[in-house]
Design a protein around this ligand. Structure first.
Ligand SMILES: Nc1ncnc2c1ncn2[C@@H]1O[C@H](COP(=O)(O)OP(=O)(O)OP(=O)(O)O)[C@@H](O)[C@H]1O
Ligand SMILES: [Mg+2]
Length: 260
């Protein structure tokens, strides 16, 4: 769907946050935090409650403004004032609360706000939604991500929680050409339901998107991510390769700032 834009190459730094400061009155939520997201990889952003993870994610996706610091997409500095502007740079965000329209079908949700239209019975005068085309494209997209749904035409409220969240991720992937940012995307799901969402995340990374995920499930993040960034008290204090570290090290860094 996003094939018009030249897709990033694996290992390329897709999104970089540098020296980000965020002040809320006297409270400094971010104190010069820096991190990178790489194409083709899943980067987990971990840290204790209040460490500044959501603030960082929200600045990266344009939801809130930074007080100072720099953001770069594929090496080019950007200024984003809104989620819409970030989307134009190919950055997509998925929140834990689902941004799907429950009464609409799967294709209508994927294409919400970007509907494909065709000429109606009276030609150019009346345009109608091209449901067939949107369904075909949606089907192919979900198949590419390994998401098998029983029906495309049912309202999404009738899908399971895991299917709905996987669909929310798939929808973001459909329009994403650089970074996919997820803040606790599986927090409301049971273990089995989470698997489909993690599978979709990996499929997104395999399309050479840069995936960033925030989660408190540290063992799972060690398993599913390629890199780990650890935040503590408004700073990123460690950048680790997931398969080269362990639970004890990550927890110790999160809680004390020192490796075990
Ligand atoms: N809108 C706001 N106004 C004032 N302070 C805020 C606001 N948003 C966040 N904060 C504060 O900024 C700090 C970082 O919050 P943030 O939500 O980024 O943490 P977090 O790492 O996502 O935590 P959690 O794991 O609990 O979600 C906290 O001290 C929080 O209270
Ligand atoms: Mg948070």
């Amino acid at each position: 769907m996003s094939a018009q834009v030249e897709m990033p190459k694996k290992g390329e730094v897709i999104l970089e946050a540098k020296d980000i400061v965020k002040n809320y009155g006297y409270l400094q939520a971010l104190k010069g935090a820096s991190m990178k997201i790489y194409a083709g990889e899943i980067t987990a952003l971990l840290g204790d409650n209040g460490a500044g993870k959501s603030t960082m994610a929200n600045i990266m996706c344009g939801a809130i403004p930074k007080s100072s610091g720099h953001l770069y997409v594929r090496g080019k500095e950007i200024e984003v004032q809104s989620i819409k502007q970030a989307q134009e740079m190919g950055i997509q965000v998925v929140y834990q609360d689902l941004a799907l329209a429950p009464d609409l079908s799967v294709p209508y949700n994927i294409f919400l706000g970007r509907e494909i239209i065709k000429e109606g019975p009276f030609g150019k005068l009346f345009h109608v939604l091209d449901t067939k085309k949107m369904t075909e494209i949606s089907k192919a997209h979900l198949a590419e991500l390994g998401i098998g749904l029983k029906s495309m035409s049912v309202p999404v409220k009738s899908l399971s929680g895991g299917e709905r969240q996987a669909l929310a991720v798939a929808k973001a992937v459909a329009w994403c050409t650089s970074a996919l940012i997820m803040d606790e995307p599986t927090a409301a799901l049971g273990a089995r339901q989470q698997a489909l969402v993690y599978q979709t995340m990996r499929a997104a990374a395999n399309k050479n998107l840069g995936v960033m995920v925030i989660s408190h499930d540290i063992p799972k993040m060690l398993e599913v991510s390629d890199r780990i960034c650890i935040m503590r008290q408004g700073n990123v204090i460690a950048n680790l390769i997931s398969k080269e570290t362990d639970l004890q090290t990550v927890l110790s860094l999160m809680l004390t700032g020192q490796a075990a």
